[in-house]
Design a protein around this ligand. Structure first.
Ligand SMILES: Cc1cc2nc3c(=O)[nH]c(=O)nc-3n(C[C@H](O)[C@H](O)[C@H](O)COP(=O)(O)OP(=O)(O)OC[C@H]3O[C@@H](n4cnc5c(N)ncnc54)[C@H](O)[C@@H]3O)c2cc1C
Length: 414
C-alpha cells in the first residue's frame, strides 16, 4: 500500500502494540514501536484462550489464524472439590500459548522499525502531533501516539492519572508442563479438557496449549494451568512478590525470583485443596508465573493525538480470556478510525466512542465471574444473588461479553 506519509509511534511492543503497529503499517502509516524491555517478551505470558473473533484480526495483521497456532477443544467442563463433574458447556475454542500470538505479530513487523530498550517517560503535545521522550535516546516526533503499554501504562499516567488499577483480592499462580512429561492416565483422562475446578478456595483452570516449538500435534503440546488464589492485600501479599534480595516486584515477579518458601507453600496448598486429578501438572511444572489480578476502567481513551489501547485502557480479570481479543479489537478500531486521511484527533475521538463501551463491559462481566473469589465464597453459586450455576459460569466465560449479557448480570455485581 502507498504510504500515507503519516507517522505513528507505538509505546509497548507486546500483543496490543504489535496489532496496532501491523494494522497501521498495512494501511501505509510510517510506524515505529518503542518497547521498554531490552530482551524478548516470550516469558511474559502462559496459556491463553482465544475467541473465534480474533482470527480475522490476526490474519489482517499479517499473523497466522488460530488453527495454525492453537489447540482446539470442543467445550468446557466444571469439576467440584472432589473432582466430580458439575457441568459441561459445548463450544469449539482454540487455546494457545501467549508467545504463539506474540511471535507471529512480531515477525510480521519490520525489525528495523521495532526499538527495544526504549522506555517512554514523557509525551509533549505539539501543533500537529506529539514528541515522545525516552529514558535514554533522542526524542521522536509522531502524528499519532498509541499507548499500548499495559496495566501500569506510563501514557495513561501522563494523560489520565485518575484511572488506576484496583487489586481484585487474588493472585494467579500459572504454569505449563510438557505433554510428554505427564502420566498416561492424565493424558488420557484430563489433558484434552478445558477444565474448570472449584476447590473451595479460588478457582483452578487447566487446558492444553501449543508446544514450546509451536507444535499442536499430540505428545508435543503442553498443559497450561492457572489457580486464582485468594490473598488479602497487605504484608503477606507484598512478601509473596518480594525476591531473596528484598526487592518488591509490583504486580508480577519473574518466575526465577519467586522465593522457595512461597513455592513450597503453594505446592502444599495444592496437595490439600486441589481435586487430585489436577495435582500432577501442578507438581510437575518446571516453573511458575505469579501475577496479581486487577480491574482497570478508563473513562477516556483519546487525548488529541494520543490514544490508549489494550490493557493500558481497560484490564478485565482473566476469567473471560478476552485480554488479547480486546487489544486486537482496539487496534483494529483505531486503525479504521484513521482511514481515508481522517484527521488524527477526530479519528481518535471516534475510536474512543467505539471502544469505551466494550472495554467497560469486559471489566464488569469479568468482575462478576470473579466476585466469589474476591468475597471468599467457596464457589460462584454459593451466593444465589450472583445468578451463577456451574453451567452459567462455563457459558459466560466462553463468550466475549455483549452489552445485553452485561446488563443481565448487573444485579449480581459485587
Ligand atoms: C493471569 C492472567 C491470565 C490471562 N489469560 C488470558 C487469556 O486466557 N486470554 C487472553 O486473551 N488474555 C489473557 N490475559 C490478558 C492478556 O495477557 C493481556 O490482556 C494482554 O497481554 C495485554 O496486552 P497489551 O499489549 O495491552 O499489554 P502488555 O502485554 O502488558 O504489554 C505492555 C508492553 O508495554 C511495555 N511498556 C510498559 N511501559 C512502557 C514504557 N513506558 N515505554 C515503552 N514500553 C513500555 C511493556 O514492557 C510491555 O511489553 C491474562 C492475563 C493474566 C494476568
Amino acid at each position: 500500500m502507498a504510504g500515507t506519509g503519516r507517522r505513528a509511534a507505538i509505546v509497548g511492543g507486546s500483543v496490543g502494540g504489535l496489532f496496532a503497529a501491523n494494522l497501521l503499517a498495512r494501511r501505509g502509516w510510517d510506524v515505529r514501536v518503542f518497547e521498554r524491555a531490552a530482551g524478548p517478551l516470550q516469558s511474559r505470558g502462559a496459556g491463553i484462550a482465544m475467541h473465534p473473533e480474533l482470527d480475522a484480526i490476526l490474519t489482517a495483521a499479517g499473523a497466522l489464524p488460530a488453527e495454525a497456532i492453537a489447540v482446539r477443544v470442543d467445550g468446557r467442563t466444571a469439576f467440584g472439590r472432589d473432582g466430580q463433574q458439575l457441568a459441561h458447556h459445548a463450544r469449539d475454542q482454540y487455546l494457545t500459548a501467549w508467545s504463539r500470538v506474540h511471535q507471529p505479530l512480531h515477525a510480521a513487523f519490520p525489525p528495523e522499525r521495532h526499538h527495544a530498550a526504549r522506555e517512554v517517560v514523557a509525551i509533549d503535545a505539539t501543533d500537529g502531533g506529539a514528541v515522545l521522550r525516552f529514558r535514554e535516546g533522542e526524542p521522536v516526533e509522531a502524528d499519532v501516539v498509541v499507548g499500548a503499554d499495559g496495566v501500569r501504562s506510563t501514557v495513561r499516567a501522563l494523560f489520565a492519572p485518575e484511572a488506576t488499577p484496583r487489586y481484585a483480592g487474588y493472585v494467579a499462580w500459572r504454569g505449563m508442563v510438557d505433554e510428554a512429561a505427564l502420566s498416561a492416565q492424565f493424558r488420557e483422562k484430563t489433558f484434552a479438557r478445558f477444565a474448570f475446578a472449584f476447590p473451595g478456595h479460588g478457582q483452578f483452570i487447566g487446558y492444553p496449549v501449543a508446544g514450546a516449538d509451536g507444535s499442536v500435534e499430540a505428545d508435543r503440546r503442553r498443559y497450561n494451568f492457572l489457580w486464582y488464589y485468594p490473598m488479602d492485600e497487605g504484608p503477606a501479599l507484598a512478601d509473596l512478590f518480594t525476591d531473596d534480595a528484598g526487592r518488591l516486584h509490583d504486580g508480577a515477579i519473574p518466575p526465577a525470583l519467586i522465593r522457595r518458601s512461597h513455592l513450597d507453600a503453594i505446592q502444599q496448598e495444592a496437595r490439600e485443596r486441589l481435586p487430585p486429578a489436577f495435582l500432577e501438572p501442578f507438581e510437575k511444572a518446571p516453573q511458575f508465573l505469579l501475577q496479581t489480578v486487577y480491574d482497570l476502567e478508563s473513562t477516556r481513551m483519546a487525548f488529541g493525538p494520543v490514544a490508549l489501547l489494550g490493557d493500558a485502557a481497560f484490564v478485565a480479570r482473566p476469567h473471560l480470556g478476552v485480554g488479547v481479543l480486546k487489544a486486537a479489537q482496539d487496534a483494529l478500531a483505531l486503525a479504521e478510525s484513521l482511514d481515508d486521511g481522517t484527521p488524527v484527533a477526530a479519528g481518535l475521538a471516534q475510536y474512543e466512542r467505539t471502544r469505551l463501551g466494550p472495554g467497560r463491559d469486559a471489566v464488569r462481566a469479568a468482575r462478576h465471574l470473579g466476585a466469589f473469589i474476591e468475597r471468599r465464597l467457596e464457589a460462584p453459586w454459593s451466593d444465589p444473588s450472583l445468578g451463577l450455576t456451574p453451567e452459567r459460569v462455563l457459558e459466560l466465560s466462553a463468550s466475549p461479553p455483549e452489552r445485553a449479557a452485561v446488563e443481565d448480570i448487573q444485579g449480581g455485581r459485587p
